[in-house]
Structures are given as C-alpha cells and as structure tokens.
Design a protein around this ligand. Structure first.
Ligand SMILES: Nc1nc2c(c(=O)[nH]1)N[C@H]1C(S)=C(S)[C@@H](COP(=O)(O)OP(=O)(O)OC[C@H]3O[C@@H](n4cnc5c(N)ncnc54)[C@H](O)[C@@H]3O)O[C@H]1N2
Ligand code: MOO
Ligand SMILES: [Mg+2]
Length: 411
C-alpha cells in the first residue's frame, strides 16, 4: 500500500497556482495576493496630532504646573482634514484635533485634559515634552517599503493596509472553483422521502462547506446514480466550471463502483490504496481536455472527511498560491487508550483541549468513542485528528500522540 506522504506528493503534482487576476479591494477579500505590495507614500503622510488638544512649543510649557499654569494665546484651530498651512511661533499655540496636521513650529501636543480647554486663550497646567502626542510622518510606513508580501491571504487587516496605502485594486489568485459530486444509487436529497435501502446524502454538503471554509468557490452538484454514462455526462458538463473536481463514492471494490469505470473512459485517473484508516481507497488524475484535476474520495462519510483534510486541503492551498502545508500538528496527552490496525496509519476523530491535568501546560486529547468510517455523529464536535503511526497498534492512556488540528472555519 502507498504511504500518506506519497499520496500527498502525488495529488499536489496535479495543480499549479491559478493565474493572477486584478480585483477590486472588497472582491479581493479572502483571495491570496499575487504581488508584493509596496507603499508609494509614507504613513502617516504628514506629522499629525495623536490627541485632541493644543499644539505648542514644548519649551513654553516646560514649567507648567496646576498652581502655576502657563497661559498661551490660541492663534489657529486645526481640525482633522485641515490642509495644514498653519504655523506657530514661541509663545503661541493652536487648538488641534486627533489626526490633524501639526502646524509648523510646534514641537508637542498638550492633551485638552491638561488644560482649561480655552478657545481664545488656554491655560496649560502640565508640561509636555517635545514630541508628546505627535505622530511623525513615516513612523508607520516609510515610502518605498513593502507592506504586504506575495502569497498572503487578504483578510480584514490586509484590506485595511491596502486601502491605507491608496490601493483600489490588487493582483490576486482567484478563488479556486471546486465541483463537488457524489455518486450512489442509494442517495436521496435530504428531506425527500427515503425508501427502503436509501439514505439521505451528506457528503456533498460536507465537502461543499469544507471547500468554502478553505476559501474556494464550491459548486455542489449533488449526486448521480451508479450509472457510468450518467457520471460521465455530468462530469463533462461540469468541467467548464472547475479548477478541481471532487467526487465521493464508487472507488472501492464494489460491483457498482462506477466512478472507476466512468473515469477509465474520460481521463487519466489512478485508483490506489493508501495505508491509512479511514480513507484507504483513493483516486486522482485529470478528466477531459485540457485535463481538469480530479480527486475521487471514498464514499464512507468519515473517510471522505479525513481524506479531504489530508489530501484536498493542500491542493486547494497550492491552487490559491499558498504553501501546500499539511494541517498544523501538536503533541498531546491521550485521555483514553486507543488502538489501530497494523500497517495502516489511523486518524482518530478527537477533541483537543488544553491539558487540565498535572502535566503542566500543553494539550490533552480525547478520541471519540465511535470511530467507524460510517459514524458521522462523532465528527460533530471533533476539532482534531489523533495520528497513530502504521507500526503502532496500541497507545495507553497518558501516552503522547501527534494531533492534527482541523480548520475552525472560513479561511
Ligand atoms: N471488499 C471491499 N469492500 C470495501 C473495501 C475494500 O477494500 N474491499 N473498502 C472499504 C472502504 S475502506 C471504504 S472507505 C469504502 C469506500 O467505498 P466507495 O468509495 O466505493 O463508496 P460507496 O461504495 O459508494 O459507498 C460507501 C459507503 O458510503 C456511503 N455513502 C457514499 N456516498 C455517500 C454520500 N454522498 N452521502 C452519504 N453516504 C454516502 C454509502 O452509502 C456506503 O455506505 O468501501 C469499503 N468496502
Ligand atoms: O478507508 Mo475506509 O475509509 O476504512 O472506511
Ligand atoms: Mg463501494
């Protein structure tokens, strides 16, 4: 059987980062930057006040005290947005608001709380050192420096930086478009009546949501019956929209496992067994001309879920122009013993939390009781996967295991 690492390397070969496009700021939210962004301007662009108060010459107020206030004439009133043509000389001051340009000649700002808040004249009762409450031009960003690097995901903070340096649009890699297709004659749309032997379909919902959470566009096609012609026809129709196709079901040894049969005609897909539990039967390759990458996940819901997080997430990251890193991992103390089949690496659904035992700072992990690859219920509160290596069959409670952290939501 093939190793998990080998399979990850193979599926990653399927894709390259998508070609960059130019998008307006808000539409670029969630996309990955495809250019380093340099600021043409300094930020702040001009010396300005950090507080509402009075711009002064610091030396003038050096001796100010509550019992000996220094009184100065107020020669200008400078709100934020003022074009900034004011100047003061020693012995004068200007009323100034937060964000307003410092008048020439001023060396400090006295906050209004340190004064009597006068309008024509002001009494200052505390000294301010030179530079007090002044935000210098360029102290945040110097003109010509890089503010964002190529490959960062544009979240709220990055959008703020882009807007602040005056960008209206940016070059980004578009969100990958992922078609999700389930197969199986037993599947019924949730809520529709189920007959004998039928079940409500869940994989396409799970995968579409996981694709969205991974910052991609999901086209949930629903499901097709176990008929190779139907699978083929549907795939051909969907390819135009797809940067990646995900299917579930029909990849094992069953007589009606039609994904295998259909794809043998339409593309170059390899079906293999990966030494893992759950998620052993896997397939990948391309379909159509030019080849659209396809990953065929096993039908068992938990197998599809685990396979998505191990194999599909890195592929989506690469398409987005991000490093195709695996899930982050931490060591954790097992709260209950676990077992695993020999020769296969187990990924046990589990709840990871801070260790509340005597073990000091660190993590503790509790695998779910129900670990069957059909037992969806345990997934609901799962936030992690416990890894039990191929050669290990039992780990006692208290043993330290590697734990993969599952994504917590939209990326
Ligand atoms: N003789 C063997 N049988 C099986 C093997 C094997 O090696 N030899 N492997 C088992 C393993 S491991 C897995 S995983 C599954 C993989 O099955 P398929 O990918 O062929 O998927 P199906 O047969 O279509 O379905 C399996 C199971 O999952 C349910 N399912 C499928 N799709 C959905 C869906 N969209 N929503 C909800 N549930 C779904 C389906 O009803 C079946 O119960 O094969 C084992 N068998
Ligand atoms: O690989 Mo299957 O996933 O064990 O149920
Ligand atoms: Mg099957």
């Amino acid at each position: 059987m093939k190793s998990v690492e080998r399979h990850i390397a193979d599926v990653l070969e399927l894709v390259e980062p998508l070609d960059p496009i130019e998008l307006d700021l808000l539409r670029a939210h969630g996309a990955v930057l495809a250019e380093p962004v340099t600021s043409a301007v300094s930020l702040p662009a001009f010396d300005n006040s950090a507080m509402d108060g009075y711009a002064v010459v610091a030396d003038d107020v050096a001796a100010a005290a509550p019992d000996r206030p220094v009184t100065l004439p107020v020669v200008a009133d400078i709100p934020a947005g003022d074009p900034g043509a004011h100047a003061i000389r020693p012995g004068m001051c200007a009323r100034i608001m937060t964000g307003a340009p410092m008048p020439a000649g001023a060396t400090a700002v006295v906050p209004v709380e340190w004064t009597d808040a006068g309008v024509a004249r002001v009494a200052v009762h505390r000294p301010a050192r030179a530079g007090n409450a002044v935000r210098r031009a360029g102290e945040d960003v110097e003109a010509g420096t890089r503010v964002l690097r190529d490959g960062v995901r544009i979240g709220a903070a990055e959008l703020a930086v882009l807007a602040a340096v005056g960008r209206r649009a940016v070059r980004v890699r578009p969100r990958p478009r992922v078609v999700v297709l389930s197969t199986g004659a037993e599947l019924v749309e949730p809520g529709d009546p189920v007959g004998p032997g039928q079940i409500w379909e869940s994989n396409s919902y799970m995968l579409a949501a996981a694709v969205l959470d991974a910052g991609c566009v999901a086209y949930r096609h629903g499901f097709v019956a176990d008929d190779p012609a139907a699978v083929l026809g549907t795939l051909e129709d969907l390819l135009v929209r797809a940067d990646l196709v995900l299917t579930t079901g029909g990849v094992s040894m069953g007589a009606y496992d039609v994904v295998k049969e259909a794809l043998a005609r339409l593309g170059t897909v390899r079906f293999e067994k990966v030494a893992m539990q759950p998620g052993m039967p896997q397939g990948f390759g391309t379909v159509g001309e030019p080849g659209t990458p396809i990953i065929t996940l096993p039908g068992n819901p938990v197998s599809a879920f685990v396979s998505f997080h191990l194999f599909v997430l890195p592929v989506l990251r690469r398409l987005r122009g991000m490093p195709p890193e695996p899930l982050p991992s931490v060591p954790a103390r097992l709260l209950v013993p676990v077992s695993s089949p020999p020769g296969r690496r187990s990924y046990l659904r589990a709840v990871l939390d801070y260790d509340r035992g005597d073990g000091g700072p660190g993590y503790a992990v509790r695998p779910a009781v129900r670990q069957g690859s059909h037992q969806l219920s345990a997934l609901a509160e799962t936030n992690a996967l416990v890894v039990v290596p191929e050669e290990v069959t039992d780990v006692p409670a208290g043993g330290v295991v590697e734990v993969l952290q599952l994504p917590t939501g939209a990326a």
